[in-house]
Write a protein that binds this ligand. Structure first.
Ligand SMILES: O=C1NC[C@H](CO)[C@@H](O)[C@@H]1O
Ligand SMILES: [Ca+2]
Length: 426
């Protein structure tokens, strides 16, 4: 982390993303404007590692430079989980009120997107004008807010944020099918579904995750009930066992007919969520299914077809989900198997994704040798590097018994502000 951070400091300071092969930069979520995305995403990771001078260097940059008053359009979901979440976790680490003020300023720029007849937000918004766009969007884009936004409401005393986030999640749940399934696209103005595919992967994944999290973080029993209803339907209609491995088929949300055997890598987080929600055996089995795929290809392809046992997409986007599931399961039962999976994920990353200026996506995991792309996504700084570290470091800075990490790996509960020797980290 020190090596990658110092290269970012030298070549991409204050930019959204470093290009690890060429040493260039890329912007996200704005087009051609930078908000210091990787820096904000890295802050709580630096802190848990005891990299205090680097943490402070990043906080100082945020306080002096981060300004969301930009006439530019962003994804409400991506901006919330990455930048709002990153500011809240950094605030949780050090308590600096400027970080909370910037988090609130950002939420005030995203909140107008929720002003729709259904309470479900548009997919995009202009940070300065609040002009909202793209009313056809997904359950994940609509309902991945409650932990960050209710936490912001509690920290500021302003209930608007948590209220909007919860209303959006309920609005999706209330439009589930007779089979208690949801699909991937819905019109937030009319409430009409625009698609029929039910999946535990991208577009729906964190909708389920944040229903559970509303219960885990705030004791919201209604969230738990909604989670239980959705999970029972998934286990009933999407559960598939193939050659002894557990998969979750994509199905038609009204008939339950299988529509695809392709799994996107993002679905591999789901074993951790199943474990948290009380289905530990199934969660472990699903995580093992993905660990086998990692063992076959070295790193996980972006898509895998369990029917053909072949990659559905040969790229690798330096994603954290399998490490996320391993860390989540390890927090639940301390089974050393999960550390093995985390270790394999880490060693594979070091072997295949390491480039001159940092860690990069891959263009083809099946090529010999694997072909690198040239992009380091912001989530890498917030997620897998933190999961690997916490899996093995047993740091006094983290409460391993009572904690909460968001879908972007932001620690919103469980950081302990007690010293460890600074610069002590991997
Ligand atoms: O929930 C998420 N989905 C996609 C990214 C990681 O693959 C990341 O932004 C986050 O974990
Ligand atoms: Ca996630």
């Amino acid at each position: 982390m020190i090596w990658a951070w110092d290269l970012y400091r030298a070549h991409a300071w204050g930019k959204d993303e470093i290009k690890p092969v060429s040493g260039g930069v890329s912007s996200f979520p704005l087009k051609d404007r930078h908000l210091g995305l990787s820096l904000v995403e890295a802050l709580d990771t630096l802190w848990v590692m005891g990299l205090d001078s680097r943490f402070q260097d990043g906080v100082d940059w945020v306080k002096a430079n981060l300004d969301f008053d930009v006439d530019g359009v962003v994804s409400v979901f991506e901006t919330s989980i990455r930048l709002l979440g990153g500011l809240l976790s950094a605030h949780h680490a050090c308590g600096d009120p400027v970080l909370l003020a910037k988090a609130r300023d950002l939420a005030d720029r995203l909140l107008p997107a929720f002003d729709t007849p259904t309470g479900m937000p548009y997919r995009k918004i202009n940070l300065r004008t609040h002009a909202s766009s793209e009313p056809v969007t997904s359950p994940a884009d609509i309902a991945t807010y409650l932990p960050e936004w209710e936490m912001l409401s509690q920290l500021t005393g302003d209930p608007r944020y948590g209220r909007a986030a919860r209303k959006a999640a309920v609005a999706i749940f209330e439009r589930r099918s007779k089979l208690d399934l949801v699909a991937t696209q819905i019109d937030v103005l009319t409430g009409a579904w625009r698609d029929r595919r039910a999946t535990v992967g991208s577009y729906c994944d964190s909708f389920f995750e944040y229903l559970w999290d509303g219960w885990q973080l705030f004791g919201d029993a209604e969230c738990k009930r909604m989670y239980d209803v959705c999970t029972a339907a998934i286990l009933k209609h999407q559960q598939v066992w193939k050659h002894g491995s557990l998969w979750f088929a994509d199905v038609d949300f009204e008939t339950g007919a299988v529509v695809s055997t392709e799994q996107d890598e993002l679905a591999s987080f789901y074993g951790g969520l199943l474990g948290q929600g009380g289905a530990l055996k199934l969660g472990a089995a699903y995580t093992e299914s993905w660990a086998k795929v990692q063992g076959r290809f070295g790193v996980l392809p972006e898509g895998y077809d369990y029917a053909t046992a072949k990659p559905a997409q040969v790229t690798n986007a330096l994603r954290p989900e399998l490490a996320d599931a391993a860390f989540t399961l390890w927090l639940l039962d301390r089974n050393p198997r999960w550390r093995e999976i985390g270790r394999d994920h880490f060693l594979a990353m070091k072997r295949w994704n390491k480039a001159r200026f940092g860690y990069t996506d891959l263009a083809d995991v099946t090529a010999r040798p694997k072909r690198q792309a040239d992009h380091c996504p912001g989530y890498w700084w917030s997620e897998q590097m933190k999961y690997y570290y916490l899996l093995f470091a047993d740091t006094p800075r983290f409460d391993y018994a009572h904690n909460y990490l968001s879908t972007e790996g932001n620690v919103l509960l469980g950081l302990r502000r007690q010293g460890v020797r600074p610069e002590q980290a991997m």
